[in-house]
Every structure is written in C-alpha cells, then in structure tokens.
Design a protein around this ligand. Structure first.
Ligand SMILES: Nc1nc2c(ncn2[C@@H]2O[C@H](COP(=O)(O)OP(=O)(O)OP(=O)(O)O)[C@@H](O)[C@H]2O)c(=O)[nH]1
Ligand SMILES: [Mg+2]
Length: 304
C-alpha cells in the first residue's frame, strides 16, 4: 500500500513541519531582509536541519533573493530545492550483489532504534523480489530478542538461525555464513545487540563477528547498516560518530519517521557524513520501509 505508507511519511514529516511550516507561513509576502533571514535560519535550526545546512541555505537566499518580497510558496519551493540538493547524493538504495551468495549485511545501532524490525522489513522485500534471505539472531543476550526475530522469520518466510540464550554471537554468525554459502542464500542479515554492559564490550563483540566472518569470506560484511531512530533528533549524529569508530558503517536506515517530530535530522546527517540513506522506516508493519527519495522527503519536510 504505497499510498498509505507515503501518507504516513508525510504525516510524520508534517510534524517536523509544524515547526518549520508554521513558521514559514510568517513569510507570506515579506521582504527578505536581515531580520527575516535570521528568523528563517532559526526555524531551520529548530527543525533539526543542523547549523551548517541552515547557514548554507540562508547564504543562498541572501545571494539570490535578498531585499526582494517573497511569497510563502516561493520560500517553500526554494527551501525544498535546497534540501533536496543536500539529500540527493545520499539517496542510494542498499544494492545486493547477486554474485555474492550471500551478500552479508551486518545490522548495528543502539538499542530500540529498530534494528530487528528493519531486518524483518528487509526480509519481506527480498522475499517479494524472489531472493532468499537468511536471518541471524545475533542479539543473543535476550531471549525476547531471538523470539522477535523468529516471529519476523515466520511472517516473511525467511529462515532464522538462532542459538541458545547467551550463545556466542560471533560463533553463530560464523555458522550462519557456512549455511548461507551451502544453501546459496542471496542475503545474510545479521541482527546484533544494541547495548552490552559498555561501549568497549559492544565494539569487541562487533569486531569479533566481523573477524570470524572474514575467515570464510574476506570481503564480508559487504554492508554495515546503522539503524537510527529519527525521534532522537541531534543525538543520531553522535550515534553515527560512535559506531563509525567501531565498524565501517556503509549506510544508514532512519526509522520512526511516521511519528517523528525530527525528520530534519536526516538533512543534518546527510550534510555531516554523506553516508547513503538506504531506506526510511515509516511504521511498525512489514511493509513500512520506503526507499529514500530526496525530493519527496524535502517536500514533506517543508510542507505546504
Ligand atoms: N513507529 C515506528 N516504530 C518503529 C519503526 N521501526 C521500529 N519501530 C518500533 O520500535 C521498537 C523497537 O524496535 P526494534 O526493532 O525492537 O529495535 P531494536 O533496535 O532491535 O532494539 P534492541 O533489540 O532492543 O536493541 C518496536 O516497538 C518497533 O515496532 C518505525 O519505522 N516506525
Ligand atoms: Mg533488536
């Protein structure tokens, strides 16, 4: 139901927009002078676009429209175009290499961002494309985490590899890769724990998983997907920094954009890191993962 999903994205983004869009209505037929530009900059920062993007947009408006009288629609259109230009280079889907069998995807992120749910959603997409995904319950510390992934396996028809509670995640990933190779699976999706007792332990765990995968395939993992929750706002930027220090993150999935008042953070992320945004999460259901479209997103963000 793409229209429903699209509606949810717009609805979620419209909440970011209430800050932005509500403020933008102040610009109805107004001269773009210093004061107006300053207000606009504050609005952009309040909407989580980040100070760098806000400064860039304002500099551009100053250059092209300073002193002119502008309509609200004009401001929205120009703003959407500016934002889309920041987003366009990062709107790159997660490409599964059909030659790999399996393409190994390691899924990381702090707890509660939507890792397990995103794996379920991806598994459904791959099944619908006729591919064969295999899921690995690498968050072995909580029994509930294993069960949650098993439910997604049942829902999507993707086999799930799980160990006993407390099993070694790296050992499990190793076994899973052996099986995926033997069965010629297309994609191996590895779920991981969001939180261990401390950051060093989490880093060690992730690095160990990668080390053992490389014993079988020195090019694995082929993608390392960092899942971020849009509702955490600017904190998402810090999470990227932390995880990039631990592992080689290849791209992002930003979730909870259906309920987020913080869609603007995607713009800040694009500007700060330039990492691909593979897809966006717009709900809890299997079908609620959308391709990331720069213009659609920018439009949703500025509203109108
Ligand atoms: N509204 C909304 N909820 C989402 C989305 N993605 C995930 N969730 C919900 O967020 C909660 C956490 O999702 P999980 O997939 O369990 O997150 P996780 O990263 O695996 O969490 P841990 O295993 O605890 O580290 C669940 O209630 C999900 O249903 C989304 O795009 N929109
Ligand atoms: Mg999980």
């Amino acid at each position: 139901m793409p229209s429903g999903v699209f509606g949810r994205l717009r609805e979620g983004l419209s909440r970011s927009t209430q800050k932005l869009g509500g403020g933008l209505s102040l610009f109805a037929r107004r001269r773009l002078d210093d004061e107006a530009l300053e207000e606009l900059e504050e609005l952009l920062i309040a909407a989580d676009l980040g100070v760098d993007v806000a400064a860039k947009v304002i500099a551009d408006f100053r250059r092209s429209r300073f002193g002119r009288e502008v309509t609200e629609a004009e401001v929205r259109d120009a703003l959407a175009a500016e934002i889309a230009a920041v987003l366009a280079p990062v709107a790159r889907p997660l490409a599964i290499d059909p030659a790999l069998k399996p393409h190994v995807v390691l899924v990381v992120g702090v707890n509660g961002t939507g890792k397990t749910t995103t794996i379920g959603k991806l598994a459904l997409q791959y099944r619908e494309q006729g591919k064969r995904p295999l899921l690995v319950a690498g968050d072995t510390f909580r029994a509930a985490a294993v069960e949650q992934l098993q439910v997604w396996g049942q829902r999507t028809g993707a086999p799930v590899i799980a160990g006993a509670p407390g099993a070694d995640a790296a050992g499990l990933a190793f076994q899973a890769l052996t099986r995926a190779r033997a069965e010629q699976a297309d994609v191996l999706l590895i779920d991981t724990a969001g939180r261990l007792h401390n950051k060093a332990a989490l880093m060690e765990e992730l690095r160990k998983i990668i080390r053992v995968l490389r014993k079988q395939d020195e090019t694995a993992p082929h993608s390392v997907l960092l899942v971020l929750d849009a509702t955490t706002g600017q904190n998402a930027l810090e999470q990227v920094r932390v995880f990039r220090d631990m592992v080689e993150v290849t791209g992002l999935i930003v979730t909870k954009l259906d309920g987020s008042a913080r869609g603007g953070v995607v713009v800040a992320l694009a500007e700060a890191f330039g990492l691909p945004v593979y897809a966006v999460g717009v709900g809890e259901q299997a079908g609620d993962l959308r391709p990331f479209d720069a213009m659609e997103f920018a439009r949703g963000l500025v509203g109108g």
